[in-house]
Design a protein around this ligand. Structure first.
Ligand SMILES: Nc1ncnc2c1ncn2[C@@H]1O[C@H](COP(=O)(O)OP(=O)(O)OP(=O)(O)O)[C@@H](O)[C@H]1O
Length: 246
């Protein structure tokens, strides 16, 4: 995205965001609560239109796509929002099969093979006949991932995937993001306030501050950043960690 601007009323949220995610890499976008991370994500899926600037996904300028083009583009995206949005009345198997039944003409045999493979990737083969309500939060996230990844998207988007999860479950979600990259070769954009997760999964880390991406680079470069906002963000996080450890 280039020079992206978005205001709500007289409240500017995005004030010239430049962000590029290289194919096959995982970019983690951090920022304090309210810094506009979700607003940015919504531009990528066409839920919001920019006041100024452009958004390109897989080489296509979103503002030039009509409804049909946008629909085709959404098929290239795998999206995991904060809430898993699983269908409670469907089994794990049927949840993961859903996009294949809706969007492809695959036979049930082909679907079975694909779903079983996806569930194996997230170590949930044993839970295929369970309902979401019977699963832990981390397992639900993994089902959400399997469903988002089943159409082999070009770009996987994660909005705060570890929000509200305990450390163990967070670790398992991080593993899933890792798996997504390694097994699918997918390009991923992860939005999170969680610095530990960012360093675990990110090839490139970026920070949103006052409506712009103020730093962007590999983890080592990011850690050594001299930008005051990055220093403050990392410092606050370290302090919180120290308080928790006490
Ligand atoms: N549809 C909307 N109308 C008006 N204001 C909005 C709208 N959507 C978001 N905002 C405002 O934009 C700002 C950024 O919100 P956003 O949800 O992107 O933050 P965030 O960085 O994702 O925060 P968090 O980490 O808490 O999810 C907030 O001040 C929010 O109130």
């Amino acid at each position: 995205m280039q020079d992206l601007h978005k205001s709500f009323g007289d409240h500017p949220v995005l004030r010239g965001v430049n962000l590029e995610v290289t194919e096959g890499t995982t970019c983690v976008l951090m920022g304090v609560s309210g810094s506009g991370k979700t607003v940015l994500m919504k531009h990528l899926v066409g839920l919001l239109q920019p006041d100024r600037g452009s958004v390109r996904v897989d080489g296509e300028d979103l503002s030039k796509l009509g409804e049909a083009g946008m629909d085709a583009l959404r098929r290239k995206l795998g999206i995991l929002f904060q809430a898993n949005a699983l269908f409670d009345s469907l089994t794990v198997y049927d949840n993961v099969a859903f996009p294949l039944r809706e969007r492809t003409r695959m036979s049930e045999d082909e679907i079975r093979e694909a779903v079983n493979k996806a569930l194996a990737v997230v170590s949930l083969s044993h839970a295929s006949q369970k309902f979401p309500g019977e699963l832990s939060g981390g397992m639900q996230k993994r089902v959400g991932f399997a469903r988002a990844a089943i159409l082999q998207p070009k770009l996987l988007l994660y909005d705060d995937p570890t929000a509200g999860l305990d450390p163990l479950t967070t670790a398992s979600v991080n593993e899933v993001i890792f798996t997504g990259k390694q097994q699918l070769g997918a390009t991923s954009l992860v939005i999170t306030p969680d610095v530990a997760s960012a360093f675990r999964v990110g090839d490139v880390l970026a920070l949103m501050h006052e409506g712009r991406v103020v730093e962007m680079g590999p983890p080592d470069q990011f850690r050594r950043s001299e930008h005051p906002a990055v220093k403050a963000f990392l410092h606050t996080w370290l302090q919180r960690q120290a308080q928790r450890a006490r």
